[in-house]
Design a protein. Structure first.
Length: 232
């Protein structure tokens, strides 16, 4: 992907969703991590994981707004507390996407989801991705990854890493309203399921330039709100 194309793709993924939301609407970023959504009012993530499931070594950003440390699929929010939820690169990591998606639909009215296209996982499976995820129409299809499949793809993919640069849209980007369509395919025995390989590296505080961009966006476009009524 060329530089200009990368900038445009970054804008569509990280910036543009915020302009689909009015300034008065309430927004939650679920799994905010080290690249939080600039428009969020609440940032929700699990600090106990540090960067074990992250490809980067930058730490979770917790000082942009109201940050809540929690563990999905349970959240402390009221039903339909949020007008919009932003959930990026989270679902491929969770043990139970069914419960997680249902919780997202419980607490928010509409939102944006982003996950790596399953084709990426077949080329180079990541150590903490538990699922292949594909898009069938508007339906997200989750296929559980086995230990054997992960090992096989790791070895097979060594000759195909060059294909990454040829994939125009490496991520599935889905706007949803009211209902998230999804299907879970998991017929594996427990002992055959791939589990995340933990690799906790030293954390870095160098979140720039992304954090700098987010702070500028919030300074210009973000409106503070009363968030007391969101919790159960």
């Amino acid at each position: 992907m060329k530089f200009i194309s990368k900038i445009i793709y970054f804008y569509r993924r990280k910036i543009q969703p915020g302009f689909r939301i009015s300034r008065d609407e309430l927004v939650v970023d679920i799994g905010s991590g080290d690249k939080p959504f600039w428009r969020a009012d609440i940032f929700f993530d699990d600090l106990s994981l540090r960067n074990e499931q992250r490809i980067s070594t930058t730490e979770t950003i917790t000082d942009l707004g109201v940050f809540i440390d929690g563990n999905l699929p349970v959240t402390p929010f009221k039903d339909k507390a949020f007008d919009f939820s932003f959930c990026s690169h989270l679902l491929e990591h969770v043990d139970d996407p069914d419960k997680t998606i249902k919780e997202i639909m419980r607490i928010s009215k509409r939102g944006y989801m982003e996950v790596p296209n399953g084709i990426l996982e077949t080329i180079s499976p990541f150590r903490s991705h538990l699922w292949f995820i594909f898009l069938n129409g508007n339906k997200l299809v989750f296929v559980r990854k086995s230990k054997k499949m992960h090992e096989t793809l790791i070895n097979n993919g060594l000759s195909f890493s060059y294909l990454f640069k040829k994939i125009k849209n490496p991520f599935i980007r889905l706007y949803w309203n009211g209902v998230i369509e999804y299907e879970i395919i998991d017929d594996l025995d427990y002992e055959d399921k791939f589990t995340a390989i933990q690799k906790d590296e030293s954390l870095s505080r160098k979140n720039d330039p992304y954090k700098f961009i987010v702070k500028i966006m919030r300074k210009i476009f973000y409106k503070k709100k009363d968030l007391k009524a969101l919790l159960k």
